[in-house]
Ligand binder design. Structure first.
Ligand code: IMP
Ligand code: MG
Length: 176
């Protein structure tokens, strides 16, 4: 199997610059809080973004991950969302920052927010690298946003198509 052409939409350099900016914003936002900070990544898409982002946040923090089912193996939303693997950490009283690769309809994150809020964190905010605002079905407040893109299916930097192309260092569309 040969790797298809992936047309660059957001270069590795632009991603790196944006991650630096987001790290600065996040560090400033939480600097005055005396609560513990925990970054929660949604597996598997957030892994690459999380790894880069956490290293430019200068406030000490914990990392944890959860797996929720969102999309099946294709590009169409299943509408069915459930927790496949929960957090290992307690979040009660902590400042929670959810780290996501991409927000599309918003269904995944709204469900995750609903569940995490019942555990009574001190605060809960969202950081997403990419957002597709024209696809949003459930509105939510995204405190830290990397890029807005139009409604196209994209891969790379953690984003997959059928579990592939997460390792691609930039974000792009699969060419035919
Ligand atoms: P939502 O629940 O519709 O917001 O979907 C969010 C999830 O769908 C993301 O965490 C991704 O896993 C996946 N997703 C949405 N759009 C894309 C895309 O363009 N490429 C790869 N994955 C996507
Ligand atoms: Mg995801």
């Amino acid at each position: 199997m040969t790797t298809p052409t992936i047309n660059v939409m957001i270069s590795a350099d632009d991603i790196a610059k944006k991650v630096q900016e987001l790290g600065k914003q996040i560090s400033e936002h939480y600097a005055s809080s005396d609560k513990e900070l925990i970054l929660i990544g949604l597996l598997r898409g957030s892994v690459i973004f999380m790894a880069d982002l956490c290293r430019v946040i200068d406030k000490p923090h914990e990392l944890d991950f959860m797996t929720v089912s969102s999309y099946g193996s294709g590009t169409v939303s299943s509408g069915e969302i459930k927790i496949v693997q929960d957090l290992g950490s307690k979040i009660h009283g902590k400042d929670v920052l959810i780290v996501e690769d991409i927000i599309d309809s918003g269904r995944t994150l709204s469900k995750v927010m609903e569940i995490l809020k019942t555990r009574e964190p001190n605060s809960i905010e969202i950081c997403t690298l990419v957002s597709k605002p024209s696809c949003r079905e459930i509105q939510m407040d995204v405190k830290f946003l990397g890029f807005e893109v139009e409604d196209k299916f994209i891969v790379g930097y953690g984003l997959d198509y059928d579990q592939k192309y997460r390792h691609v260092p930039f974000i792009g569309e699969i060419g035919l």
